[in-house]
Design a protein around this ligand. Structure first.
Ligand code: IMP
Length: 193
């Protein structure tokens, strides 16, 4: 049986990934506890996902899988992008990141509110093989935060799904069906098959 070690310790992501990989007959092991957090030093999602997967493969000796996600806003030249988690700087919180993004968009003077969530998933094998896939959820930035579900930029992201709700107004099941991460996981499943 193939075994993958997960680079993430985020319980939500662990559940999502374990379910998809189990369908492919892949057993999942948790991130080695003694492995220090890998600093995301690269300036691309692909770079950071590979960095994390390589570190976990090196520490565990097993094929490893890592992901990196960002929100790319067109009128802000792709910001916050790879820096989405730390957009509002030291001590960043979801609320501060959302507030900074809405202000930046207003200051840009642009009417264009189009944006996309992008998730890159990397798999690194002990024999040196590397797989990189991406999932994209296009949408637009809402005028004000709406909804209480989810996390991160969910309250200001209206996905292009033919309606006007933000991701934070959707149930977890709905979000998981359409999300950038789900799309990346489906791309991974298709590649591994
Ligand atoms: P990560 O690479 O999955 O840790 O994501 C980086 C940052 O992107 C997070 O800290 C969030 O701010 C944002 N983000 C990632 N996924 C989502 C999502 O599904 N909804 C809203 N924000 C997200």
């Amino acid at each position: 049986m193939t075994t993958f070690v997960l680079a993430t310790a985020n319980t939500h992501k662990v559940t999502e990934m374990t379910a998809v990989l189990a369908e492919l007959g892949i057993e999942v092991l948790p991130r080695p506890e003694d492995l220090a957090e890998v600093d995301e030093t690269q300036d691309t999602l692909v770079g950071n996902a590979l960095l994390k997967a390589r570190a976990v493969m090196g520490a565990s000796g097993h094929a490893s899988v890592a992901d990196d996600t960002g929100l790319f806003v067109d009128a802000l030249n792709g910001e916050p992008g790879v820096f989405s988690a730390r957009y509002s700087g030291e001590g960043a919180t979801d609320e501060k990141n959302v507030a900074k993004l809405l202000t930046a968009l207003e200051m840009s003077g642009s009417e264009n509110r189009s944006a996309a969530f992008r998730t890159v998933i990397a798999v690194v094998y002990p024999d040196g093989r590397e797989i990189v896939v991406e999932g994209v959820l296009p949408g637009r930035i809402a005028e004000i935060p709406v909804g209480d579900n989810g996390f991160g930029y969910d309250p200001i992201f209206i996905p292009d799904l033919g309606e006007s709700r933000t991701l934070a107004q959707m149930s977890l099941a709905e979000k998981n069906e359409h999300s950038h991460r789900a799309r990346a996981l489906r791309a991974l499943a298709a590649t591994l098959r």
